[in-house]
Write a protein that binds this ligand. Structure first.
Ligand code: GDP
Length: 451
């Protein structure tokens, strides 16, 4: 066990009322428990007891729980005091345990110790932060799956495949006479192909996990008067945006948080992306463009007659933003609601924000894109997606060398081995197998105190 000193913190959310918990972890936790209880506590037993100041003054009556190492959250000796949820009282209790040999814990320090003592890997520890921050039902369930190790297990499968490929290539390095044969072995190519395919699958799952955890940010764009605000209202199901027929009234970016069927969307209604206008309008446009570039998805609101032009314009402004075209006001042209998908163009949804016809098609599409509807989804972070993308690129590089060997165009085992070593590093960063101090600091400092 690495950490020797004893840490303590109030481990309940402020304003929780009812019960407050002071959590203590480390070598002194046992002594502190003995002093407070007046005898040796029973492991994993709730003692209802009187908690007193050093001079014997009554602090509170509450529960004392004792979890000796290693069967505790941190893997160290852990003491928990459950008292009334008064912040002042809890602070007095915290001071009392600190006077008995603990020190105030830093943010995330309990989870960091759990990680350092092998109770959780890094992704599981991060899942705890996601669970606490979860903004939707689906986000809670996804964080629970990551915490249960579903994501870690997926990465474990990738690591096993990668190890197999690395062993093969290392053999090619060890036997220089046979290196070409070993590199050109179809079994190696097959392993690499499977590995690359699996990394692709996990990457998609992780991207969905990020969306689930963070919510999908959607920006409404389109010319003035196309019905963006009306659409926002139709989706939100209530009048949160002001709907008017005067062009260009939505000057600022209005954001609405929406939850439906367990997923979370952050919808931003922008000013129309049109040129000219006064200073306020230009500022509105600048904000609209910024919102467009940072969104996960742009909903381009247009109509059947103008959408190709509008789409070309939006694409030119934001080449990399995912886009969905809404063909609004179908009530005026007596067209049925429809989801249109063809090979070349973007997905289009023909609907009427006014009559509500086709809104369910749009909701369904947004729900799917927000990561909804997947029973096995787990929460993930951008850092995971980036690491998986790096692993994928390195595996591609190794694959290229092996392809060259198969085609008798050279193909260097050294280069393939090096690329796979870097792929391994990327995967190890996920689970924290070789977590650097910096990485750990960045991750755990974002936790709350007491977690
Ligand atoms: P925005 O400028 O893009 O936000 O557009 P608004 O939502 O303010 O709508 C502009 C005008 O179009 C308003 O008069 C709306 O009532 C009208 N409108 C919006 N959606 C529809 C629709 O589906 N059908 C019809 N007929 N009118 C609509």
């Amino acid at each position: 066990m690495r950490a020797a000193d004893t840490i303590a913190a109030v481990a309940t959310a402020p304003g929780a009322g009812g019960v407050g918990i002071v959590r203590v972890s480390g070598a002194q936790a046992g002594t502190i428990a003995q002093v407070l209880l007046g005898r040796t506590p029973r492991p994993r037993h709730a003692h209802y007891t009187t908690l007193r100041e050093a001079d014997g003054a009554l602090l509170d009556r509450g529960l004392l729980l004792w979890f000796p190492a290693p069967h505790s959250y941190t893997g160290e000796d852990v003491l928990e005091l459950h008292a009334h949820g008064s912040p002042i009282l809890l602070d007095l209790l915290l001071r009392r345990v600190c006077a008995l040999g603990a020190r105030p814990a830093r943010a995330g320090e309990f989870s960091e110790r759990a990680y350092l003592n092998g109770k959780l890997d890094l992704m599981q520890a991060e899942a705890i932060a996601e669970l606490i921050a979860a903004g939707s039902d689906a986000a809670v369930r996804a964080a629970q799956r990551a915490l249960a190790g579903v994501f870690s297990a997926r990465v474990g499968e990738l690591q096993a495949l990668l190890t197999r490929a690395r062993a093969h290539i290392e053999a090619a390095l060890d036997f220089p006479d046979e290196d070409l044969e070993l590199m050109a072995d179809p079994a190696l190519l097959a392993t690499l192909a499977e590995l690359r395919a699996q990394v692709g699958v996990v990457l998609l799952e992780a991207q969905r996990g990020v969306r689930l955890a963070q919510g999908l940010s959607v920006v409404l764009i389109g010319r003035p008067n196309t019905g963006k605000s009306s659409l926002l209202n139709a989706l939100a199901g209530e009048d949160r945006a002001i709907v008017t027929a005067v062009p260009g009234t939505t000057r600022d970016v209005l954001r609405v948080d929406l939850q439906f069927d367990g997923v979370r969307l952050e919808l931003a209604d922008t000013a129309g992306l049109r040129d000219a206008g006064d200073a306020i309008e230009r500022e509105g446009m600048r904000r609209a463009e910024a919102a467009l570039l940072s969104a996960d998805l742009a909903l381009l609101v247009s109509d059947v007659a103008h959408w190709t032009d509008d789409y070309a314009d939006a694409r030119a402004r934001a080449p990399d933003t995912d886009m969905l075209v809404v063909l609004n006001k179908i009530d005026l042209i007596a067209q049925p609601a429809a989801r249109i998908e063809d090979v070349a163009g973007p997905v289009r949804i023909a609907l009427s924000a006014r009559s509500g016809s086709g809104i369910d098609l749009l909701r369904h599409e947004l729900h799917r894109r927000a990561g909804g509807g997947a029973d096995n989804a787990y929460s993930a972070r951008t850092r995971h997606v980036l690491a998986l993308q790096r692993a994928a690129a390195e595996i591609d590089a190794a694959n290229l060398e092996v392809q060259h060997a198969v085609n008798r165009h050279g193909g260097l085992a050294e280069l393939a081995a090096e690329a796979l070593r870097r792929a391994q590093q990327a995967l190890d960063e996920l689970t924290g197998a070789h977590g650097s101090e910096e990485l750990l600091g960045a991750i755990f400092s974002s936790f709350c105190i007491g977690k």
